[in-house]
Design a protein around this ligand. Sequence first.
Ligand code: HEM
Ligand SMILES: *[C@@H]1O[C@H](CO)[C@@H](O)[C@H](O)[C@H]1NC(C)=O
Length: 507
Amino acid sequence: MEFTPSLLALSISLVVFIWLKKNRKAHAAVPAMGPEGIFSSYLGALEYLKNAPKIIQKGYNQHKPMFRVPYPDKWMYVLSSARLIADLRKAPEHELSPAHGFGATLAVKYTLGMRFVETPYHEMVVRRELTRSSNERLLDVWDEVVCAFGDEVGVKLIAGGGWVALPALETVLRIVSRTSNRLFVGVELCRNADYRDLTIEYAENVIKRARIINLFPDALKPIVGPLVSPLRRGTSRASKHLAPIIEERLRKEETHDEDVDPNDLISWLITHAPADSPEEKTIPALIQRIMQINFLAVHTTANSFTQALYHLAAEPRYVAPLREEVEAALSQENGWSKATLGRCCKLDSFLRESQRFNGVSAINMHRKVLSPSGFTFSDGTHLPMGTYITAATYATHHDEGNYQDAEKFDGFRFARMREAEESEGSGSSKYQMSTPDPAFLAFGLGKHACPGRFFAVTELKLMLAYILLQYDIRLEEEGVRPPSEWFGTTCGANRSAKVLFRKRFET
Ligand code: HEM
Ligand SMILES: *[C@@H]1O[C@H](CO)[C@@H](O)[C@H](O)[C@H]1NC(C)=O
């Protein structure tokens, strides 16, 4: 069913009516960004949806260690101090839950399905199996990068001759869906156009629909949620592709048929399904889980890549040193391997700087306080059970106290920092893209930091290396980087801009 503006308006008035009876509990000692009244705070929430990055930046500048911002259905407590953000690093899930925090902002019950929150074993599967596999199967990922660029860019170059302009984000999304799904579901299905489009569209629907559902207070979500839920349609479209494969795998598991271990996400999910939740090892549950992981993997990686691509296309002076580094690493290591990627320090720095500079969101590291006695931070600040917490990551990344010339994109910033570190003799992983620190929170921090980041970084590096080796690139308007687009708190790469490609060595 389509969601019309008049239905929305009607519902909002209903919301306000219900709210007149049921006030929201707030922690008065924490400063609020916006009005506190029942009706006015709702308007404040609508204002926040329009101007989230500005309001969060203002809160970050004015209020340490935290402030709160109004959402239509709740207050969100935003951490603005490194010390309190570091407290999130070790907090156990039963006190501060990432799944419930993240889940609420995504209205998971109606978008991704409750198993995302109730049995989040995909986190361990991604951290352990996908990370291992992205090293062991690095050449498969590379093969898919090569084939995907061939289909999305190469073919058009042959047809076009010379420069060809392609919509960047759209193209990158299709490439990332394929390269990710090469390890998720295998070579055949990752190249299926309908499956590929589904992974992209479903994730977009999850975000859009969650935004609508979260305009309503909890009491109304069970009415609105099912009306706009993308869950059933998404899973039934996925079922067409996935059900036969999963059925076959489950049957093989049952009969202990070990002829070939496919070593992909489907097999890991079957192997690690928690023994005390047998329903996880069913076809519908596994389909839902694969879609959840696609949701986490594809748009994050594609936006990160497109942002870096826009920097590279806007500032051609970066091309030569990056190309040299990649070519040298490849010849030193005789082709692609984990060691080859390890040699590409400038490439890593460039991607990390783009991630710092652009982020994917003004806030991340969502948590919900689950312990009945609440949660106490190391400075003594106490927040009661049920509170939603997050960290002001974008503002942290743009804080002059953390980075010199923080408002400037400096592609080799982290390579220089790493060199300085290494010349002091500590050959650590500090300042590498996959290593979070209190001033680099794009993947979170501590034990709940994004478990997919090692795979994501591998993919990002291989894709950027491929472009450097194969193409010259430029923008439609020379040197003018397409500005990012903000939606609420999320920062996306510009969706409409084009990047021009030309085969290298051809003039
Ligand atoms: C550049 C790309 C990516 C970015 C920027 C990113 C960012 C994040 C962030 C900020 C979190 C939350 C961390 C926290 O709460 O402290 C997260 C969680 C997670 N990410 Fe990623 N991610 C990326 C790619 C991926 C990929 C490729 C996968 C998997 C294939 C993945 C799987 C996950 C999972 C499973 C979680 C845990 C979610 C939960 O709480 O259940 N991510 N990611
Ligand atoms: C995206 O980039 C294009 C081309 O550079 C520009 O015209 C457009 O305004 C940008 N979109 C936003 C929302 O800034």
